[in-house]
Design a protein around this ligand. Structure first.
Ligand SMILES: Cc1cc2nc3c(=O)[nH]c(=O)nc-3n(C[C@H](O)[C@H](O)[C@H](O)COP(=O)(O)O)c2cc1C
Length: 195
């Protein structure tokens, strides 16, 4: 674990190589899969689990590209939902983050903020404590994702600088889900391959 932490940093350049489905599913397992206690591999306040994961697949071995639902407890790539152009994904960025277009896969962390706020409504006068918990939980999930990505000898970076409306429309996220963050994953470019 110390070795993984020591080599954790954001990487935004990837090779053109595809990544394997097994590696992607192991990353999803670390992020939100079922734990040995029967819960999940990242904590959730009151065990509510308001996060949902999706994958925008751009270069995954033996898999059609496009948006997939992820069955998170079983850590499996689920139903293919729709085609997503890599350029359109990049256009949701607030800073023209080219890595959204060039990543082999982009994991989407989305949340049911309404369910979280409703569940924790009594914990804060404005009824919005659930939002804080969603963001704490997303941070735990993203860190697990990043460390698991390194363990697969892949690279990645969190992207949260996107236009919420544009991204939600592109992904056609089912209401009331809203995007929280993206995590780009790719095979190591030459410069980082030696680590
Ligand atoms: C909440 C959050 C949002 C971020 N959003 C972006 C982003 O939109 N685009 C990007 O390239 N990096 C993004 N990053 C990555 C940071 O730029 C990166 O973590 C920071 O520069 C520190 O570098 P390191 O991760 O290599 O230690 C984000 C990181 C966090 C935690």
């Amino acid at each position: 674990m110390n070795t993984l932490i020591a080599c954790r940093h954001s990487v935004r350049e990837y090779s053109d190589a595809p990544i394997s489905r097994a590696a992607l599913e192991r990353i999803v397992h670390c992020a939100q899969g079922r734990s040995s206690s029967g819960k999940r591999n990242a904590p959730s306040a009151h065990g509510l689990y308001p996060l949902r994961l999706f994958a925008v697949v751009q270069r995954l071995e033996a898999s059609k590209s496009g948006l997939y639902a992820l069955d998170t407890p079983d850590a499996r790539l689920g139903e293919w939902l729709k085609a997503i152009s890599p350029e359109a994904l990049r256009e949701t960025s607030l800073a023209d983050d080219a890595w959204l277009e060039h990543a082999a896969a982009v994991l989407v962390v989305a949340a049911d903020y309404d369910a979280a706020n409703a569940h924790f409504v009594d914990q804060q006068p404005d009824g919005r404590r659930g939002e804080r918990y969603v963001h704490i939980e997303a941070g735990a999930v993203l860190q697990n994702m990043h460390l698991a990505t390194l363990a697969e000898r892949l690279d990645g970076v969190i992207v949260a600088g996107f236009d919420d409306r544009r991204l939600a429309d592109l992904l056609a996220l089912p209401a009331p889900l809203r995007p929280v963050a993206l995590f780009c994953i790719g095979a190591c470019a030459e410069a980082s391959a030696g680590r």
